[in-house]
Design a protein around this ligand. Structure first.
Ligand SMILES: C[S@@+](CC[C@H](N)C(=O)[O-])C[C@H]1O[C@@H](n2cnc3c(N)ncnc32)[C@H](O)[C@@H]1O
Length: 249
């Protein structure tokens, strides 16, 4: 039984009450992502007031865009960067064609919780590693995915270049800098206590997110990254908080 008072420092966030007892784990990130996935599936988030509404709207938009994308391109091999609770893996698994899905996640705690959830999915291969090290294998994927600003957590152009080198198509979402203020209240309601904002980026020091940075981007900044990479690209807004970026051969 998870001691919620302990893991949330006696300030248990409200969203926890929307999970069944069996769904709650000792990973704060897992709990947040699992409830988000559940909310999207059930649709109750549509009644939430802003800015919480925008959090779920963003995840709903990601899900819809991914479904559209894989239906159109039917990639045979897919790599998800930072798969967390497996929210996106579950979306990918719904595709009705034969594909191999790889996932890499550096956080051992969330990895140990998520990996067993996919043990029956024979086409899913999960690795507890840093993306940088994982990509040393030099395998090339039809599609690489990095959702929920995972690329903004990494904020490393060399690594983005390496990802692109290993991917025929790379799709990722990043936070729109214009709406950075809205994210502060969202983080509070997700149980973060110890964080601050500087230059429209967020920095976290909660025990489960120590040293985590969440960068946000202007459209020009993303365009400059894409231009440096030198491939074709497309950038579009898919929700209030997010840019959707696609870099392709
Ligand atoms: C914001 S969460 C998003 C989770 C998932 N992609 C989703 O959309 O539901 C980012 C995830 O990426 C993982 N991550 C961040 N940097 C990573 C790296 N360099 N290598 C592997 N995983 C990483 C984090 O541990 C975290 O689980």
């Amino acid at each position: 039984m998870v001691d919620l008072n302990k893991i949330y420092n006696k300030k248990i966030p409200n969203f926890i009450s929307r999970l069944n007892k069996k769904e709650i784990t000792s990973s704060q990130c897992f709990n947040c992502l699992r409830e988000t996935e559940k909310a999207i599936e059930k649709g109750y988030w549509k009644k939430f007031s802003k800015p919480m509404y925008y959090w779920y709207e963003m995840c709903d938009a990601e899900k819809r865009e991914i479904i559209k994308y894989i239906d159109k391109y039917k990639p045979k091999t897919i790599l998800e960067l930072g798969f967390g609770s497996g929210r996106i893996l579950n979306v990918l698994l719904k595709a009705k064609y034969n594909n191999k899905i790889f996932g890499v996640e550096k956080d051992s705690k969330i990895f140990k919780i998520t990996k067993p959830l996919f043990k029956k999915s024979k086409n899913v291969y999960l690795f507890n590693e840093n993306i940088d090290k994982f990509l040393e294998r030099k395998t090339k994927y039809d599609l690489t995915i990095g959702m929920m600003n995972t690329i903004g957590n990494i904020d490393n152009l060399k690594l983005i270049q390496k990802i692109v080198l290993r991917s025929k198509q790379f799709i990722f979402t990043v936070y729109d800098r214009v709406y950075y203020k809205l994210r502060s209240n969202i983080y509070k309601s997700k149980g973060h206590i110890n964080f601050f904002e500087k230059n429209k980026n967020y920095y976290f020091n909660d025990c489960w997110a120590k040293g985590l940075k969440s960068k946000s981007y202007s459209k020009t900044e993303i365009e400059n990254i894409c231009k440096l990479i030198g491939k074709k690209y497309q950038i579009k807004k898919i929700s209030k908080l997010l840019f959707w970026v696609c870099i392709y051969d």
